[in-house]
Design a protein around this ligand. Structure first.
Ligand code: PBG
Length: 331
């Protein structure tokens, strides 16, 4: 209790007084959703004239580069300032070489968005899982993922996105040492001013299910538990965060967000760099599915879920609901 709070309690103190009108409630709100702090994830697919609805993510599509303006316009109108790009290549192989193809969907999308919306911040996710035939995030040797052999491939992909004009490089693979490897490659390529947002604290989560359908990146064998974090662990998150900052990360991310609000709050208290939180596909899909069944009010529930993520301490939230939330708060 603050020293200014009278000790007498009820009936002198009635917290309900400040909840009486909606204007009053708005003015005392401690947390607001600012569309400038939202980032919209987008799936970019090879080919032309493709707008493929993603069944597991109602309202979301896979977009070919030539159709991107259909989604970039509403993003701009909503006041949302950033998009995170995920690529779905025409073909996949053992090493995920499509990830560093300068003609792949992501580098082409970066250039296209730069042309139609030069002020939008374009975040490029860096991982191999959308590009490997086995669906794993790195080079597979036997049944394991070879951490150190994967690093140069991630760095190569990051350099291609940087050359294409990305504004933020966001590695999501969870290999040890990837921030340092990417920083070195960016600097060597003259991109010393390009920031890295590391998916530092990424848990091995069942909530990624719909994303793997959207990106066709479900692992062909095994799972991601040898590199993504165990949901049971809290202190370990700080090891990841400190490691990534030491390697040069400019921002750190916690993912998923909703089931990990304690981690978002811990990271916020511990570091001074911007903290990003990702409301992942399963969090979004669960709310959408319940709303579609009439079990809850989808708009209010989504606002509440994202408000909770900001309240826990996130500075920036990635959410598939960015455009709908951004539009509703600016209107
Ligand atoms: C990896 C990546 C994943 C997500 C973002 N980047 C999938 C995974 O690790 O399996 C999940 C995002 C979501 O579920 O919305 N490239």
């Amino acid at each position: 209790m603050s020293e200014n709070t009278p000790a007498s309690g009820f009936p002198t103190i009635r917290p309900r007084r400040l909840r009486r009108t909606s204007a009053l409630r708005r003015s005392v709100a401690e947390t607001r959703i600012d569309p400038a702090s939202l980032v919209m994830p987008l799936f970019v697919i090879a080919g032309d004239d493709q707008v493929n609805p993603i069944a597991s993510l109602p309202g979301q599509n896979q977009w070919s580069v030539d159709r991107l303006s259909d989604i970039i316009k509403p993003v701009l109108a909503s006041g949302v300032d950033g998009v995170m790009l995920f690529g779905i290549p025409a073909a996949k192989d053992d090493t995920g070489s499509g990830a560093w193809d300068p003609e792949g969907p992501v580098p082409r999308a970066i250039a296209e968005i730069d042309a139609i919306a030069p002020d939008l911040t374009v975040w490029a996710d860096v991982c191999l899982c959308e590009y490997t035939s086995h669906g794993h995030c790195g080079v597979v040797s036997g049944k394991t993922i070879d951490n150190d052999a994967t690093l140069p491939l991630l760095a190569r992909a990051a350099a291609v996105y940087a050359d294409a004009g990305a504004d933020v490089i966001a590695p999501s693979d969870m290999m040890d040492g990837r921030v340092g490897a990417i920083r070195a490659a960016l600097d060597a390529g003259g991109h010393v001013d390009l920031p890295i947002c590391s998916y530092s604290v990424k848990y091995a989560s069942a909530f990624y299910g719909p994303f793997r359908e959207a990106a066709g990146s479900a692992p062909a064998f095994g799972d991601r538990r040898s590199h993504q974090m165990d949901p049971a662990n809290r202190r370990e998150a700080m090891i990841e965060v400190h490691q990534d900052l030491a390697e040069g990360a400019d921002m750190v991310m916690v993912k998923p967000a909703g089931p990990y609000l304690d981690i978002v709050a811990d990271v916020r208290r511990t570091v001074d760099v911007p903290v990003v939180a990702y409301q992942v596909s399963g969090e979004y899909a669960a709310i959408k599915a319940a709303a579609a069944n009439g079990w809850l009010d989808g708009e209010t529930a989504m606002t509440e879920a994202v408000t909770g993520i900001f309240r826990a301490g996130a500075d920036i939230v990635l959410t598939y609901a960015a455009v709908e939330l951004g539009g509703s708060v600016t209107s």
